[in-house]
Design a protein around this ligand. Structure first.
Ligand SMILES: N[C@@H](CCOP(=O)(O)O)C(=O)O
Length: 502
């Protein structure tokens, strides 16, 4: 399987190069030349297997230059009980006869990002080794809260790699910030950026595009890569869990082989729902992909109108990981919708850059709306979804998953669609204990309580254990205090890596 850029530049690259590179040299994103399929016989066989075997099978279809032994080693090193707190890795819980929750937060940082970022370091190091890479890989990450910590945890002390994470100073939850600024490891740096996630992501992309800096890096024996979902190595592991969720339901007799299901994904950067789209293209009988936005509803508006317009107010919400107005991965979907027309993709992306908006053609919009449905929930609706789900099912949602629940209920109300649905649950409620408790118990229960006291209260209310990685933060020292403006990010990287020193 070979890969090419959505913008027509790089082509015919094997997956190891694509994973090492992160982003294409023309600024586009790497996509596979074709999307492999799974037959019903494959599905029947995989239904009898565990998460790891399913992962090896799916990865082997996309990452064809990796040997079976390498993929097996990578997968077994990533998904095990030292890293995840349940043997199923990504369990599916039946909420009622209609809705199934795919819990993606049983990894070390309590967010769905672990599903890919526990694996990516192994894929990256294997790629470096097998291709005879001489340079150290410097991974730049922009985060709205979850990717940063997951990347730090995945890559910490991985030899031959360095990680620099940029997060919006006021734009992540207190627990997310604490997770990042206490990060240990000799090869990691965490930097707060003035502005929002889009500032951090645009800053990182500008650094990737800086050819002069690239040359200086080369002289120092460094090359850049990404751990965001712009890197194809982030997306493939995410396809696995949608396939696995459907297989779990099939095996449990909750659905039959030809029964279509809907998939609901709360998303900001569009990577998570795009992975579900690829799962559908591979043969999982998915009916609708329901894209759930928070008040920053640029994606929901796009799906409903075909106009992507980021020229709007940016809101800080209680689902901060989705506070995003420039959704990087949409570019890959645009490539698919346009039938692989990289000239059209380039025009849309250029318009986004220069005008802050673009409109897709009617054919592409029609194809988009055949598969996707978009809706949104504001903070009040998010809190209400947490409260009602708790009251009705005694199940505690985190605010991001609650956005998904609200939008799903709205979708059913508006369309009458009664397919069974899988809701991607993207984070543990303990990461957002204050807002979750405010929804369940009211403001008074939260007032005056510190972050760790809130964890205790949530544990009592939910009957769940506090994840050890979050409880343990109490004892950790703060190690990262640097902050900068977006226009200083490049200098910060130069300084941290000592690139200018002779
Ligand atoms: N929601 C993310 C933002 C970056 O998205 P990614 O999927 O491209 O890594 C976060 O929490 O950091």
């Amino acid at each position: 399987m070979l890969y090419k850029s959505t913008r027509g530049g790089d082509a015919n690259l094997p997956s190891m190069d694509v994973i090492k590179q992160g982003i294409a040299s023309d600024g586009g994103l790497f996509v596979p030349d074709e999307i492999p399929g799974l037959s019903m016989d494959d599905f029947r066989m995989l239904a009898q297997e565990g998460y790891r075997e399913r992962a090896v099978k799916v990865l082997s279809l996309f990452l064809t230059d990796y040997s079976q032994e390498d993929l097996t080693r990578c997968v077994y090193s990533a998904y095990n009980l030292e890293k995840f707190d349940v043997p199923d890795i990504a369990p599916v819980l039946k909420l009622d006869d209609q809705l199934y929750i795919l819990e993606l937060w049983h990894g070390p940082t309590c967010a769905f990002k672990d599903m890919a970022l526990q694996l990516l370091p192994h894929l990256m190091v294997t790629a470096a080794k097998r291709t005879g890479e001489k340079d150290d890989i410097v991974i730049l990450v922009a985060t709205s809260g979850d990717t940063g910590k997951a990347a730090l945890e995945g890559f910490k002390d991985v030899s031959g790699t360095h990680v620099v994470v940029f997060y919006p100073k006021e734009g992540v939850s207190s627990m997310q910030q604490l997770q990042m600024i206490t990060q240990e490891g000799a090869n990691v740096h965490v930097v707060a950026v003035e502005g929002n996630f889009d500032s951090a992501q645009s800053g990182v992309k500008a650094i990737f595009a800086d050819k002069q800096l690239e040359q200086k890096m080369e002289q120092k024996g460094y090359r850049f890569s990404s751990a965001n979902s712009i890197n194809w190595g982030r997306l493939v592991p995410q396809i696995v869990y949608y396939i696995s969720a459907w297989l779990n339901m099939l095996k449990a007799g909750e659905i039959s082989e030809d029964q279509l299901v809907d998939v609901v994904v709360p998303t900001g950067n569009f990577g998570n729902i795009l992975a579900a789209y690829y799962a559908k293209r591979m043969g999982v009988p998915i009916h609708r992909l329901i894209c759930a936005s928070n008040r920053n509803k640029v994606l929901a508006d796009f799906i409903n109108t075909g106009i992507y317009d980021r020229r709007r107010e940016f809101y800080k919400t209680i689902s901060p990981s989705m506070d995003i107005l420039i959704s990087s991965n949409l570019e890959r979907l645009l490539f698919e919708l346009s039938g692989g027309d990289h000239e059209r993709v380039k025009t849309w992306m250029a318009s986004l850059q220069s005008e802050g908006q673009y409109r897709i053609d009617d054919d592409s919009l029609h194809r988009l709306q055949e598969v996707f449905w978009g809706g949104y929930a504001d903070d009040a609706q998010t809190l209400q979804a947490i409260r009602s789900t708790y009251q009705e099912y005694n199940y505690v949602l985190d605010p991001h998953t609650a956005v998904g629940k609200w939008v799903y209920d709205e979708y059913r109300r508006q369309t009458g669609d009664d397919h069974k649905a899988i809701l991607a649950s993207t984070a543990s409620p303990f990461k957002f204990a204050g807002d979750v408790l405010r929804a369940i118990l009211g403001q008074d229960a939260v007032e005056g309580r510190g972050e760790f006291e809130l964890l205790d209260v949530l544990s009592r209310v939910s009957g769940l254990n506090i994840p050890l990685s979050l409880a343990g933060l109490k004892e950790k020292n703060i190690r990262h205090t640097i902050s900068c403006r977006q226009d200083q990010m490049k200098d910060v990287v130069i300084e941290l890596l000592k690139i200018d020193e002779v």
